[in-house]
Structure formats: structure tokens, C-alpha cells
Design a protein around this ligand. Sequence first.
Ligand SMILES: Cc1ncc(COP(=O)(O)O)c(C=O)c1O
Length: 294
Amino acid sequence: MVPFDQRTGHIWLDGGFVDWAEAKIHVLTHGLHYASSIFEGVRVYGGKPFLLREHVERLRVSAHILDFDLPHTDDELCAATVEVVAKAGFADGYIRMNAWRGSEVIQTAAPKTSVHLSVAAWEIPSGYYAAADALEKGISLQTGQYRRPSADSAPVKSKAAGNYMIGTVSKNLALRAGFDDAMLLDTDGMIAESTGAHIFFTKDGTLHTPTTKCTIEGITRATVLDLAARQGIECVEAELAPEFVAEADGAFICGTACEILPVSRIDDHTYDLAGNKVIATLITEYASLTRSAN
Ligand SMILES: Cc1ncc(COP(=O)(O)O)c(C=O)c1O
């Protein structure tokens, strides 16, 4: 795969388009030193960004939690993103929006730094998030080394870059141990989410998912809840202890990038995906929604 800084095309940076290779920041940038940096990932289906406004609104929420404002309106950001996708010219892909504090100071307090924004988009190759056969075979999760901090310990409701070191280390360890991803617990030892997706379980035809008390408000999670309600599938949102892994008869993760991916194994516990109608229904409904929305 071509490294991301060596690709070609155009990136929207601070209000205008620059050549892909020129979309650079200086090493003395607050966002790099102190993780005053946030992002959004948006899927493109049939050439159109899916739920773009929801992602832009969440970007703004993430910025406010890190105590900065975005220097563009939601309308400007939506229009810029649509232009980025049109210039990129692909049908199915992924958009990455970033916002970060600039270089005016290199010290923790930074109330008056400039805020920068970029939007880039690329095609998603098969196997980008999981193996190509993951939809049929499911993925395996290992309980992560690090726990998601509580909302009073870290800005966990912000899609802040700094929160992702937990997921990166946990997922690296999981991959090394032969798993596909990690399942993160919260500080109370309850199930929180995966490293880049929310988690759901099925039990006797009912869905169960942890609350979002220490995670971002998932846009795909909300869509799944909506699809489940339309299909008459009951869903319980509650604290889930790790023991629930063995009580459940199935599981899946869901997020913008991975969509809905069934889980075949968590640590030593395996799930039989074959007869799980709830998961199969949600995968079908989500695929039809994303493919028909545009
Ligand atoms: C840590 C984490 N949890 C959950 C999600 C799922 O959120 P969404 O469905 O809004 O993409 C993501 C992806 O953005 C994520 O990075």
C-alpha cells in the first residue's frame, strides 16, 4: 500500500485545495506535541459522503471538548468535503477530517492558538479494516491491555487523537497474539467497545450493548439501534460485565470504517455465526441503507 504521505491528488487545507504532497505541518505544532487534535472518519458510498452532517457536528463537539472552535461553519465543511470527494473521483471510499492547534506556542496552555483543518479522501481497498472474508467468518477480539478512562478522567466523548493511543497499543498486542482486534473494558472492568468501533451482543434474539458513558456517541451505533427498532428487534443498553461474553450467543462490532462485522471469538469464547438471524438482518439492512442513501 502506498504510504499516505506519498499519494497524489488534492487535500483541502485551511479553506483551499493544496497538492497532496504539500499538505504538511511543522514539527513544532501544538497538535503534535500535546495531542490537541481531533478527527472524523466518513464513508463514501456511490460518490456521496454518508451521514456527513452528523460527522461534521460531532467534529465540532470534539473541538469544544478540547477547548477550541472550528474556524469554519458546518455548511462550509460539508461543502468542502463534497468537493474533496468530487475531485478524488472514486465511488466508494473514506474521508478523513482533522482539526488541530497550530504552532504559536509550545506549552500546555494554548487558549489562543490558531486552529487548522484538513479534509482528505481515498478509495478503500478490500481488506482495509478486516480480512475480505470477515463478513462470513467473523473477527476475533482479545480483551485489551488498556481500559477506556472514565469521562471524568479524560475527554473520552471527543474523537480526540490522544484517546487513540489506548486502541493502538491494545490492537497491536491483539494482532501479535493472533487476534484481529481488541475489546476494551472501562475503568470499572465493564465492556466498553472495540478499538475503532462499538460492540453489540445478541442473546435469544435480543440485542445488548454497553452505554456510551466512556466512548464517543457512535453514528453507526445510532443507525444500528434505529434499524433494529424498525425490524422489531429489542435492544437493551446497559452496563455489561465481561461474563456477558459467555452468556451471549453472538456479537458484532460496528463503526463507520468497519460497518457491521460479526465477531466469531472473544478471548477463549467462540460464537457460531451460522444461525444468527439478528446479526444477518442488521448486516443486510445496513448494507441496503448505505447503498440506497445516495
Ligand atoms: C474508538 C471508536 N469507537 C467507536 C467508533 C464508531 O463510531 P462511528 O460509528 O460514529 O464511526 C469509532 C469510529 O469512529 C471509534 O474510533
